[in-house]
Design a protein around this ligand. Structure first.
Ligand SMILES: [Cu+2]
Length: 179
């Protein structure tokens, strides 16, 4: 089980992804609150968010996250590229989740579970370690989150006390589990 925990632009929630083996379907669970009818399409993009304490919406930029995850180089400009929900899963880019399962348009709280035949969590085409980007209906990037093991990174903070004339500071250690 992997997840992308979203906490940006007032949106809170997660995408979770479960595939028991490379030969099984992937189950996607989407649970997002406070979308406030501001968003539409969502995709898996190539790279994870840069490591920082509090990611901002600029973390979602093309420089950071790249374009859609498309390991089979499907040509989305070709006349044969199917319209949203207009085909079997294999004819879409791997990362094009909303084309396969529908967009988030005109919703506030969104909860759904989808089965996906074209979303590997194993091997070289895996989406793990990449990111999910939620776009505005006009396709501007709005919010994003990395796809990782829940609890993969724990942030240990040490806040030193400070007072008048006493130096103070903060150290942060990123601790990765062995998985
Ligand atoms: Cu996208």
């Amino acid at each position: 089980m992997f997840s992308a925990v979203v906490n940006m632009q007032g949106i809170k929630g997660y995408f979770s992804f479960h595939q028991p083996s490379p030969f099984d379907l992937t189950t996607i669970t989407v649970n997002l609150t406070n979308l406030d009818r501001r968003v539409g399409p969502y995709h898996v993009h190539q790279f994870p968010l840069p490591q920082m304490r509090s990611p901002s919406d600029s973390s979602c930029s093309n420089n950071n996250l790249g374009g859609h995850w498309n390991p089979f180089n499907v040509n989305t400009q070709a006349p044969a590229y199917p319209p949203p929900r207009g085909s079997t899963h294999d004819l879409f880019e791997v990362g094009d989740l909303s084309a396969r399962h529908g967009s988030l348009e005109n919703t506030n709280n969104f909860q759904a579970t989808f089965m996906d035949w074209n979303l590997p969590l194993f091997g070289r085409n895996s989406i793990v370690g990449r990111s999910v980007v939620i776009h505005m209906p006009n396709s501007t990037r709005f919010a994003c989150a990395s796809i990782s093991y829940p609890g993969e990174v724990t942030v240990a903070k040490a806040q030193l006390s400070c007072g008048l004339g006493v130096a103070c500071g903060r150290t942060i250690h990123m601790v990765y589990s062995d998985e």
